[in-house]
Design a protein. Structure first.
Length: 486
């Protein structure tokens, strides 16, 4: 490109060269073109050693603009050194009479500014986007421009010459997805402007340091939603369900599962993404635990509600094990205040309580059902289940195994001693004997897991060998109560 190298025109006195001068304000200094070719104030000025193709002087000017950030309500300063020659041509190509500033943004594209509006041109000064927009940002990894107009944001794919719809908000999350909002919710689109996830979700809050791009609110709890390969968790098509999110009630492998929704109905997938039940449920109850503080169910049992009745699902085996219940809930056992009641009852593992046809029943932590199909009544009894049949009583362990057959008129427990009355005769048995390995006279078929750490250092544990479970059950968690045993 050839330039007129004369300082002034022969027909008028209009300057043809820029003349950068430093000026001072109260608290800062800046640079302006004293000849008026270049508009605005510049934060810095430096003459380059390299000359232009016609021997003209080349300068770098410090270009500073303040924009509202894409992901922050605070203004964001954008600063960059840009090149201009002595005749006011940015990068020896673009005249300052046409643009107030031109910034090289890479890949052969330039962001141009005129009267506080922005556009995009290429090396040949072909217009990609007209200079009429509030903001324009280029993706660092894709030929994509993020553009703000008067009514919102859109993206423009240069290679495909495609433009997305205008959205209230857009933000690049990673190299695969752009989050957008239409005012009703958040969704995801790819860099080809294709919508991958419809805007039905919430923006994932910064409090969660995970890979989930979106989240939903389910009964007041925020659950992350992860998209990979345009699928929920890389497995489930968004065309199959409105949403799918992961529930991990315990810090143990195989206890997590997924809740799906289609229309107004909920479904369940297990941790292998096998379908436990299609979206037919009106509600799903999520066990409220405190992570490692909760003792788990040995399998992932999930409570669902269909109409007014409750169902219990074994997600691992993909079966419904109880249905038609009037009520059902998790009985979480931890030492935290919110779940202390069940722990003080002597139970160490989460179990489930249900009511069906007016009868109370339970599901032990291992999935064993303790209900009226087998017994006339079931009660919680200091870490055991007290059951009756034909007005006679027996005991089941916490795992639901039979310890004492239903042959007793009455069973009482005090200070770790079980008193069983049968035909007017009392039999006294220590709780430790009931929790021990199988012995004559009983049909106990399992062994409760025992631990020896919670009360280490106490006489009852170190000298007498009582486990944590024994002390909680026999002495209500007070090892010093050992001395009350006669």
């Amino acid at each position: 490109m050839m330039y007129n190298m004369n300082t002034n025109s022969s027909t008028d006195n209009t300057a043809t060269k820029i003349s950068i001068k430093k000026k001072y304000d109260d608290h800062y200094s800046y640079y302006v073109d004293a000849n008026g070719l270049l508009k605005g104030e510049w934060g810095g000025y430096e003459e380059l050693e390299t000359k232009g193709p016609n021997g003209e002087a080349m300068y770098e000017l410090y270009y500073t603009r303040t924009f509202k950030g894409e992901q922050s309500a605070l203004p964001m300063a954008h600063c960059k050194w840009i090149v201009v020659n002595e005749h006011g041509y940015f990068y020896n190509k673009f005249s300052c009479k046409k643009y107030d500033a031109v910034e090289d943004i890479g890949s052969g594209y330039y962001r141009c500014e005129k009267n506080d509006r922005y556009g995009i041109i290429n090396d040949d000064e072909q217009v990609i986007l007209h200079t009429c927009y509030n903001q324009i940002w280029k993706s660092s990894s894709h030929p994509i421009f993020f553009v703000q107009c008067e009514t919102g944001w859109f993206i423009y794919n240069v290679y495909q010459q495609r433009q997305s719809k205008v959205y209230e908000e857009i933000a690049a999350l990673d190299s695969n997805y752009i989050r957008f909002s239409d005012g009703n919710g958040y969704g995801l689109m790819n860099y080809n402007c294709d919508i991958v996830i419809q805007p039905k979700f919430e923006k994932r809050t910064a409090l969660f340091d995970d890979k989930n791009q979106l989240q939903i609110d389910f009964k007041g709890v925020k659950f992350g939603v992860f998209i990979k390969d345009d699928l929920f968790y890389g497995k489930i098509s968004p065309n199959e369900y409105d949403y799918c999110f992961k529930v991990k009630p315990y810090d143990e492998f195989g206890t997590d599962y997924y809740i799906t929704k289609k229309g107004e109905k909920y479904g369940i997938l297990n941790y292998r993404f096998d379908c436990v039940i299609k979206p037919q449920l009106d509600d799903i109850l999520i066990v409220k635990t405190h992570g490692r503080h909760a003792n788990t169910l040995s399998r992932c049992f999930i409570i669902g509600k269909q109409g007014d009745l409750y169902k219990l699902f074994n997600s691992e085996e993909k079966t419904c094990i109880i249905e038609g219940c009037d009520s059902m809930d998790y009985c979480v056992t931890t030492k935290l205040d919110s779940n202390l009641k069940n722990y003080k009852r002597g139970f160490h593992y989460t179990f489930i309580e249900y009511c069906k046809d007016g009868h109370i029943g339970y599901v032990a932590y291992n999935g064993k059902i303790i209900g009226y199909d087998e017994y006339d009544s079931v009660e919680l009894f200091h870490g055991f289940f007290l059951v009756s049949k034909n007005s006679l009583y027996g005991l089941l362990s916490e795992s639901g195994n039979l310890i004492v057959p239903c042959e007793n008129d009455e069973i009482k427990l005090q200070w770790g001693v079980v008193t069983m009355t049968k035909e007017g005769k009392e039999t006294i048995t220590n709780v430790r004997d009931l929790l021990s390995l199988p012995k004559d006279g009983y049909t106990y078929l399992g062994y409760e897991p025992q631990h020896y750490s919670e009360y280490a250092g106490s006489y009852a544990q170190d000298e007498m060998g009582y486990s944590d479970e024994d002390i909680d059950t026999i002495f209500d968690g007070d090892p010093s109560a050992y001395w009350n045993i006669d």
